[in-house]
Design a protein around this ligand. Structure first.
Ligand code: KG4
Ligand code: ZN
Length: 348
């Protein structure tokens, strides 16, 4: 079975071919994985401009799909099914992928499979490492999402917690912007933090105190909040007599990053203990963060839990993860009708 995946939920136009293998330890293999990033376009504006994003998807989608087919060494007629991100995301961006995938599947007379973007991030872990020991606690952490899942059985994702305001990646991007560091902020702060003292600036870490939004049956508070932290950085910078020196910028980045990583991992490992998880996974753009990876690994060793993260090529938005999640759904009997529509706020 050869699956063509298409992903256009935000500012990356992506297509990939993923095939099933006969090896249960590695059920899927990537044949091609093409991403046209729009970062250079949005950088000028300090963030993603939805209208520019959808227009660029229209320009890029045909070439990106052609390249994915070519790189996989197949022809369009050898594609067995098409998977596409249905949501959540920017509606204008999603529509380009959904319309393209529908047309292609209809023209080829192949099944069309709708995929939840966050299911793609979760399945990127299986694509890379094979089936995770279940139950697994998986954190999807990106520019648009910070959501904690329990994966009790393959393909079943139960939300344990989510951000109540900014996503962690969004906080990285906003803090980088207020420090005048450029876009996207995550990789820049990650790099500058290495030169800074992570205890130099006292920043608050948010604890959730309202029990109403907790997942039923689970003790503790598993939601996230990052907008107060961002405001604390802003206040720290604004109340200084002069702009921070390069050393001070490094200290701010390191201190901010320590608080974010602790907030993420405290909840991940808390939840893992509460549900008796046999493994932990972290996916999404922020899983590229060097401190998050290192600290997660160290905590996993301490409590005897394997920790899985995707390689960089599968951590930021890509279509290989969508094709993989699409293969799982197709095998579960899921098919979209020709009335499939993009769902900007498809629930987590
Ligand atoms: O998954 P992704 O490509 O797109 C969304 O679905 O949002 O994630 C992009 C986000 C951006 O906010 C970016 O700043 C962040 O991931 N990011 C990082 C790093 N690399 C990318 N954040 C922290 N450290 C990094 N090394
Ligand atoms: Zn994403």
């Amino acid at each position: 079975m050869r699956m063509l995946g298409i992903e256009t939920s935000c500012d990356e136009t992506a297509a990939a071919v993923v095939v099933e293998t006969d090896d249960p330890a590695r059920p899927w293999a990537v044949r091609s994985n093409v991403v046209a990033s729009q970062v250079a376009i949005h950088r000028e504006w300090g963030g993603v401009v939805p209208e520019l994003a959808s227009r660029q998807h229209i320009r890029d989608i045909c070439g990106v799909v052609e390249r994915a087919i070519g790189d996989a060494g197949v022809t369009l007629l050898e594609v067995d099914a098409v998977a596409v991100t249905q949501g959540p995301g920017l509606v204008g961006s999603l529509l380009v992928g959904v319309a393209f995938a529908k047309s292609l599947a209809a023209a080829l007379d192949r099944p069309l499979v709708p995929v939840h973007h966050l299911a793609g991030h979760i399945e990127s872990l299986v694509l890379e490492h094979g089936p995770l020991p279940l139950p697994a606690v998986v954190l999807v952490v990106s520019g648009g999402h910070t959501t904690l899942y329990l994966v009790g059985e393959p393909g079943r994702y139960e939300v344990l917690g989510r951000t109540r305001d900014d996503a962690a990646g969004e906080a990285y991007d906003k803090v980088a912007k207020l420090l005048g560091l450029g876009y996207p902020g995550g990789p820049i702060i990650d790099r500058l933090a290495r030169e800074g003292n992570d205890r130099a600036v006292a920043l608050p870490s948010t604890r959730m105190t309202h029990a109403d939004r907790n997942a039923p049956g689970l003790p503790g508070h598993r939601d996230f909040s990052f907008s107060g932290l961002k405001t604390a950085v802003l206040r720290h910078v604004k109340t200084r007599p002069q702009p921070p020196s390069p050393q001070e910028v490094g200290d701010i980045c390191a201190s901010f990053q320590r608080v974010v990583v602790e907030a993420l991992l405290d909840r991940v490992f808390d939840a893992a203990e509460a549900v008796g998880a046999r493994s932990v996974g972290i996916g999404g753009g922020v899983s590229a963060n060097s401190r998050l990876r290192a600290d997660a690994e160290a905590r996993g060793v301490r409590v005897g839990l394997p920790v899985f993260v995707p390689p960089l090529s599968l951590s930021t938005d890509n279509a290989a993860m969508i094709a993989a999640a699409g293969l799982r759904r197709l095998r579960a009997g899921v098919r979209a009708g020709w009335d499939l529509n993009a769902e900007a706020s498809l629930s987590e």
